[in-house]
Design a protein around this ligand. Structure first.
Ligand SMILES: [Mg+2]
Length: 368
């Protein structure tokens, strides 16, 4: 394939309802959709799942536009690429900025799969044609509303419930959920809100038979998590701390976690996701795939990654309609009874609706 044009579409999509985490509240989701046009006329789509500010990661909308526009696009335009794995070679000189890189890699995977006429999940070596889905519930702050929403998602068939926790909203909601719904598959995500001094919170959570406690300590830490994991029986799952295969190796060797939540954008793309999948599998550490409020384009890559061999837990992938009034793709992604299926069409399998791309457009940059 030979990319001849890279277009970045900065979109702002209104969320159906605000989504609260320990680092902020989302009302509108900004995102960058990457469109790569090949010399054959075929087009590939990707998504740069960044925030406006440096909250989940240091990368922002503006840094991603800058890094792709000034460094990544020029490195691939009018260059012959045998397959998407060659992208990393071409941009070796760009350190970090993994979310930006992943968005471009996504588009190349979609393009490459379309050129070969194969669905993306098969190109990645996926071993099944379905993904089990769990749901992630933000910090609601009101116990009755939380209990009601857990009930609603259980009725919808999600395979496990995850609640976000932070200081002051941790043991009590877990206790209430257990009291109301018994031994449902339940886990918590702290989004790095605690440190080792808070170990008592995790000792208490240990009494509730949680599947895992996700990213309890600092977003950059690996060592302190090894101490926490040695002190509690609930498996620690690392999310923010794992930014590459090297972090995954360190965390596994140090015993910092027993599970990894791989977000393909965070680790730099699908290729790095496969590396982590394979390494963790060899060492008996299961993974699952997490999301970052992606539109249907980014969601497609999550679903494809969710079919990898070492995905052992339900993934944070929900229907398009959970977050958005309307997605920018057709058909929209739908979770049925806690299951979502990759499509058998070539590439990501869904079509981008041009009219909706324009409707939510903030800015468009074209590179040739
Ligand atoms: Mg998380």
């Amino acid at each position: 394939m030979k990319p001849i044009k890279v277009t970045l579409h900065h979109l702002a999509l209104p969320l159906k309802r605000p989504f609260q985490t320990s680092f902020g509240k989302y009302v509108i989701r900004n995102t960058i959709i990457v469109e790569v046009e090949d010399s054959s006329g075929e087009v590939g789509w990707g998504e740069v799942a960044v925030d406006e500010g440096p909250w989940y990661s240091y990368e922002t909308l503006k840094t991603a536009m800058h890094i792709i526009g000034d460094f990544i696009a020029p490195a691939i335009i009018r260059k012959e690429l045998n397959d998407p794995t060659e992208l990393q070679e071409k941009i070796r000189h760009v350190r970090g900025h993994r979310i930006a890189k992943a968005g471009v890699e996504d588009a190349l995977w979609d393009l490459y799969s379309k050129l070969l006429g194969k669905p993306l999940y098969k190109m990645l070596g996926g071993i099944r044609d379905y993904v089990e889905c769990g749901v992630s519930i933000g910090i609601i702050g009101d116990m009755d509303m939380l209990i009601e929403s857990v009930g609603k998602y259980l009725n919808e068939g999600y395979k496990r419930i995850k609640i976000k926790i932070k200081h002051g909203w941790d043991v009590d909601p877990v206790k209430e959920i257990r009291k109301t719904y018994g031994e449902i598959p339940l886990q918590v995500d702290a989004n790095a809100d605690y440190d080792l001094e808070d170990i008592e919170v995790f000792r208490e959570l240990d009494n509730y038979n949680l599947i895992m406690v996700e990213q309890p300590l600092s977003y950059d830490d690996i060592y302190d998590h090894s101490i926490l994991q040695s002190e509690i029986k609930t498996p620690v799952c690392l999310d923010e701390s794992i930014k590459s295969i090297y972090d995954a190796k360190a965390a596994i060797k140090l015993g910092s976690c027993r599970i990894i939540n791989v977000k393909p954008p965070r680790v730099g793309g699908l290729l790095e996701t496969i590396k982590i999948n394979n390494y963790a599998e060899k060492h008996g550490v299961g993974i699952w795939i997490g999301g970052m409020l992606e539109t249907g384009i980014g969601r497609a890559r999550l679903i494809a990654a969710g079919t990898l061999s070492n995905v052992k837990y339900p993934c944070d992938i929900s229907s398009s309609s959970r977050y958005y009034e309307e997605d920018i793709i057709e058909p929209e992604w739908v979770v049925r009874d806690g299951i979502i299926n990759p499509l058998s069409k070539a590439g990501i399998g869904v079509e981008v609706v041009e009219e909706r791309l324009n409707k939510y457009l903030v800015e468009r940059k074209v590179y040739r």
